[in-house]
Design a protein around this ligand. Structure first.
Ligand SMILES: [Zn+2]
Length: 203
């Protein structure tokens, strides 16, 4: 197997004395948080995440679709259709918007914005409206022809909720856990703001 012992080969083409230009913009960041939280979902068909943000651009709630507390994932049905509706997930799953609102770490979510992967269903639209959220930013509207989702728009329009589709500036964001170590190896001699954790303080 070929081994690469030359750390310089992987040195990125960035100016380490200037501000990064390819950082995440706020909307991309919040939508990405919604999509990342969706990765927690056990739903085999649709993984949806939601991220609630207040006027100070602080995240105050995150959620994804899943079974209610105490209803063990392994004991609940995950199929969408079944001869017996009690054998499908429909009556049981808590949608991402519901969980994000109920998971809030602030007193309320009044005047907040919710970033969500899928345009909200009618049940979630009611939760959005009643919780005081004022803006819905969604990625996909793939069920726009379904009655439940048409109902959401009727309610949002009447309640004065702003909703708009947002596509992040890139199609995918790769999270590379190993990147945090890269500058240490390629630039150790010039990095003075990242001390080796094993260094002993001198004062
Ligand atoms: Zn819903």
């Amino acid at each position: 197997m070929e081994q690469n012992n030359n750390a310089q080969v992987s040195k990125p083409e960035v100016n380490l004395n200037k501000k990064r230009e390819d950082y995440l913009e706020w909307p991309d960041y919040f939508m990405a948080v919604a999509f990342l939280s969706a990765q927690r979902s056990k739903d085999p068909r649709t993984q949806v995440g939601a991220c609630i943000v207040n006027s100070e651009k602080k995240i105050v709630g995150i959620g994804y679709n899943g079974m209610p507390n105490g209803c063990h994932d392994d004991e609940m049905p995950w199929g969408r259709v079944s001869d017996d509706i009690l054998d499908s997930k429909k009556l049981f799953v808590c949608h991402a918007e519901l969980n994000a609102v109920l998971n809030k770490n602030s007193a309320d979510v009044k005047n907040c914005t919710i970033y969500v992967a899928l345009f909200p269903c009618n049940e979630c639209a009611k939760i959005v409206i009643q919780s005081g959220i004022k803006e819905v930013i969604y990625y996909s509207d793939k069920y726009k022809d379904v009655a439940e989702f048409k109902a959401s728009k009727i309610m949002f329009d009447k309640a004065g909720i702003i909703y708009r589709q947002y596509k992040p500036s890139c199609d995918k964001i790769v999270i590379d856990f190993t990147k945090i170590d890269s500058y240490r190896s390629v630039d150790a001699s010039t990095v003075d703001d990242l001390k080796d954790p094993t260094d002993t303080p001198t004062s």
